[in-house]
Design a protein around this ligand. Structure first.
Ligand SMILES: [Zn+2]
Length: 234
């Protein structure tokens, strides 16, 4: 995200507004996902077993039976890690049998199924990870150097690096939406008494955080282009 970097821009009203809007948007989407999650944590899913059990069945039926499931501390810390090929489910979702628990667990199983089946956007996103790590770790320093040394080439390189992370965030969106689509499809086919609307609501709320992050980055990229694009000086 962008707030660690605003110091580099000095007293810049335009950038301050970008940062404030980003913080507000981030805060709102976080509050929304937490309240939606809390609401549907209290509603039983009417699907046999816990989040971990349902995810296990979805993995097995989706051609990802070699994927393991472990618990991880925290709330909404759930993720699929391709490095150890495991779903890491938060305690509440691992043990819980609510609409929220099974929806989140199946969303993560959806990522593992994407990996097992070679879903195109998932593969593209994975291929971008090393470049994104480099870009995110270096673009602010390169921008700072470019501005201080008044060297347009460095400033442009920094903007290209930032654009790489924007592309990554955009590629992440179809990956997230597809994982949720797989989760809802699985649950609605198997859970006769499941409140499908609840599962959808939880997963849409989770996706909104990615949408907000991507929008914020696009605005930041436009700001960088407007301020530094093609000039390399203030
Ligand atoms: Zn996801």
């Amino acid at each position: 995200m962008l707030y660690p970097y605003y110091g580099f821009y000095g007293f810049d009203t335009g950038y301050l507004i970008v940062v404030l809007v980003a913080l507000a948007l981030g805060g709102l989407t976080q509050a929304y996902i937490r309240s939606t999650y809390r609401k549907w944590s209290q509603v039983d899913a009417h699907v046999p077993g816990t989040g971990a059990d349902v995810a296990r069945r979805m993995l097995d039926e989706g051609g990802a039976s070699q994927v393991g499931i472990t618990r991880v501390a925290g709330t909404l810390t759930d993720h699929y890690d391709p490095r150890d090929n495991r779903l890491h489910l938060s305690d509440d979702n691992y043990r819980g049998a609510s609409v929220a628990s099974v929806a989140v667990a199946c969303h993560e199983a959806g990522h593992a199924v994407q990996a097992a089946r070679g879903f195109w956007f998932y593969r593209l996103r994975t291929a971008l990870v090393p470049a994104v790590n480099f870009a995110q770790g270096s673009w602010t320093l390169i921008l700072l150097l470019g501005v201080v040394l008044n060297f347009a080439g460095l400033v442009q390189a920094a903007i290209v690096l930032f654009a790489v992370s924007v592309v990554f965030q955009l590629v992440t969106l179809p990956v997230e939406i597809d994982a949720s689509r797989r989760a809802v499809a699985y649950l609605s086919a198997r859970g006769s008494g499941l409140d499908e609307k609840g599962a959808r609501e939880v997963l849409v709320a989770a996706a909104l955080t990615y949408v907000a992050g991507a929008l914020t980055s696009i605005v930041q990229l436009l700001y960088l282009l407007g301020r530094y694009g093609g000039r390399g000086e203030e």
